[in-house]
Design a protein around this ligand. Sequence first.
Ligand code: ZN
Length: 161
Amino acid sequence: MSDASSQPKYPFELTDADWRARLPPEAYRIMRQHGTEPPFCSRFDEGGPNGLYLCRGCETPLFSSFDKFDSGTGWPSFYQAVDPRVVGTTEDRSHGMLRTEVHCAVCGSHLGHVFPDGPQPTGLRYCINSACLTFLAFDDREAIAAYVAAWFEKQKYLPVE
Ligand SMILES: [Zn+2]
């Protein structure tokens, strides 16, 4: 931080130059410039292996394959995050629409949008750009829950709601 008096907004922050160096160009465009990838270009096949989707910017665990569903939209879709603390939302009035933007709560990177037309039990549809995610394979829900719990143990800087 060049200005010692400014409070960082997110626990994990980088300069724009460092974000450019860290992320592939497509991921940088989406995550740091609020872009969107074309539909049906997902890096992850529907019905692929089970596991955990991490933020490509900071490796925070975000979504589980067990909460993923085929929305038919052409973007990876989830009905919930692995933990409500790992994602944040803001009102997005761009493109003449009112939408709810979704970002990583740890590094602030844009991930996609959330819509109120998902399946039960939440009724939500997190529509996420695949370029924002990396994948870690796990066999079952218990292994994912254990990984997420261990991650929270060592994560000291998570924003508190
Ligand atoms: Zn992140």
